[in-house]
Write a protein that binds this ligand. Structure first.
Ligand code: FAD
Length: 288
């Protein structure tokens, strides 16, 4: 099934993001996690690509297993920075052969040393164009409610419009901890006639060190209300976990009440956290 059709058929669509285990560990390590996550009935599961030091080949392998064994729709992330067109075509072939027809088309982050890898792509919209021309895929893209670190907000919006025009069917957001960024962004996107589903990416924070690293990487800001939680419970993991889950649930309830197209949960491969969130919003999901 194309994910664009899922967004057309229900609201809110609830999706989970998982990442492949590091190469040092067997790939099967993540399968138990996925089997448990599937029991929470996500509308689809996305699998990251080359993010956080994980290797790229595993994305196709894991996505195929989700589709074939778990029988759940899957979204394969794909980054283009440093790749050439033939390489990308090869990966698209592999996805096709495995019955995967949904791709999240991304540029990818530059390496930490500041170098810019050589290749056929500079921006995600070029990858969207190649996938679109090839046909047979529903294509998603990323967006940044607080703007992307490399552009000013206005330019970032114009670049996003181009990405949408090249053929993205839906857009999934970077994490944010203050819903007003998402709502403001939605208004601006509407004015620019970016009219594909805008999906809210929500990450339950259960680890103070992890969130410092992630926000430094992706540029999402921490509002005072959330900073107070981090300050108070930094050294009390159980309390921080409870508070982090409650905070994420509050964000999600507000977003669903406001008619959001979808919630994309960055699960960080944590079943218990995801389970608690899904339990807390179970009736909201049915009611809408
Ligand atoms: P782009 O859309 O290309 O934008 C990147 C920057 O270039 C922006 O500042 C934009 O304004 C600017 N820009 C775009 N077009 C132009 C143009 N024509 N001229 C000048 N400037 C332009 N990373 C991974 O490595 N693996 C993953 O699996 C992964 N999954 C992600 C999932 C989501 C939902 C999100 C939000 C991010 C994910 N990322 C992943 C991180 C992503 O690769 C980075 O955020 C990256 O820095 C930007 O990717 P993009 O696809 O948004 O790039």
């Amino acid at each position: 099934m194309f994910i664009k059709d899922i967004y057309e058929s229900k609201k809110p669509v609830i999706s989970f993001e998982i990442f492949p285990p590091n190469e040092r560990y067997p790939v099967e390590k993540v399968y138990d996690t996925i089997d448990e996550l599937v029991k929470l009935s996500p509308d689809f599961i996305s699998v990251t690509y080359g993010a956080g030091g994980t290797t790229r080949g595993r994305t196709v392998e894991i996505a195929s297993r989700i589709k074939k064994v778990n029988n759940v729709e899957v979204l394969a992330h794909l980054t283009c920075i440093g790749a050439d067109k033939v390489e990308i075509d090869g990966i698209l072939d592999e996805l096709k052969e495995n019955g995967i027809n949904n791709v999240l088309a991304l540029r990818g982050d530059y390496p930490n040393d500041g170098s810019i890898p050589e290749g056929d792509f500079k921006y995600a919209h070029q990858l969207v164009k190649q996938i679109k021309e090839r046909g047979g895929f529903s294509i998603g893209g990323a967006f940044y409610p607080e703007g992307h670190q490399e552009s000013n907000d206005l330019m970032d919006l114009f670049h996003l419009k181009r990405k949408a025009e090249e053929g993205t069917d839906f857009l999934i957001s970077q994490i944010f901890f203050d819903n007003s960024y998402f709502y403001d962004f939605k208004e601006k996107a509407k004015k620019l006639e970016i009219d594909v589903p805008l999906v809210a990416g929500i990450m339950p924070v259960t680890d103070a060190r992890q969130i410092k690293r992630i926000t430094a990487l992706c540029g999402s800001s921490i509002p005072p209300k959330f900073q107070r939680i981090l300050d108070r419970y930094e050294n009390n993991p159980e309390a921080l976990k409870d508070a982090g889950i409650a905070y994420a649930v509050e964000q999600i309830v507000d977003l669903i009440s406001s008619g959001v197209d979808g919630i994309h949960l960055y699960t960080m491969n944590k079943v218990d956290t995801t389970q608690k969130i899904m339990d807390a919003i179970a009736n909201l999901r049915i009611a809408l």
